[in-house]
Design a protein around this ligand. Sequence first.
Ligand code: DOR
Ligand code: ZN
Length: 356
Amino acid sequence: MHLTQDRIIIRQPDDWHLHLRDGDALKTFVAPTSRVFRRAIVMPNLQPPITSIQSAIDYRERILDAVPEGDLFTPLMTAYLTDDLSVEVIREGFQRGVFFAAKLYPANSTTNSEAGVTTIENIYSVVETMEEIGMPLLIHGEVADHSIDIFDREAVFLESHLQPLLKRFPTLRVVLEHITTEEAVEYVQNSSASLAATITPHHLHINRNALFNGGLRSDLFCLPVAKRERHRIALRQAATSGEPCFFLGTDSAPHLREFKESSCGCAGIFNAPNAIESYAQVFEEEGALDQLEAFSSVFGPNFYGLPINEKRISLVKNPHIISSRFELVKADNPFEFIVPFHAGETLNWSFDPNFI
Ligand code: DOR
Ligand code: ZN
């Protein structure tokens, strides 16, 4: 990487955790990611979820159709695990290069997880196959038990679900997605190299106070929900530490205005338009810009056994205010916009679209 006072040049990053949605919205949601990122792992929590090889092939086609001309972008597809998804579908989907990984949502833990896994034991034969064929398991690491305090659901998951799973399947490749706690940081650090974690920009910037700053801030509500300040600090240390078990995954998750401005607002933060700038701000604040490239562009491909991108991208120092509306392509009603992460705030670095 190349680093001066006013320019950063890094290998092109990949987003290892992304929600692109479907239909007309794809045109809106693919572009901000493909502009910067070379590849992304696309989450399967559509309605209905991606549970067949054909639905993943079709979804991948629709995503590729939505990539703006001039962008090179590879969506890496995932299978949505249910209690009864068959071993054959997983094996064949992976071996045909359609499913890159499978996603485990504990049932009712988050957006569109109703069809998720009710008890991990129900999918042991699928997980055993995944371990055997080297297929990564991506985990939303929260218990869905509503008697457990929402701020404890990740830490409880580690003890009660992840620990037994890793013990039973010691060579399974697992990514604990969007970690939010000091406990998760320590857990991943103390585990074998077959366990890694993604960290979002928002969990590096906000703690749980941000959700209640002057009123209820539904734009900052996501799952797992942001935790106390000590957890945010632990995440910032982990992301900037240069440890290969932590890498970039934005969990950018757009919801239309009407589903955010609601008495029961959806979980999800749309950070794609400013994701790399948002990470750069954190690394700069931590005095660790020299670690940005490894986190955003090297540790992910290394974990997944993919080549590191050859192309470089550049950020320039350019303090600028983030727009508070991201318009949908073909907006046809007044609610068709998204409020992006950092709306109205200043970020110091800008992606340079003219850098070759
Ligand atoms: O905040 C979130 N939004 N967390 C998730 O796990 C799902 C995502 C979504 O799909 O909106
Ligand atoms: Zn997600």
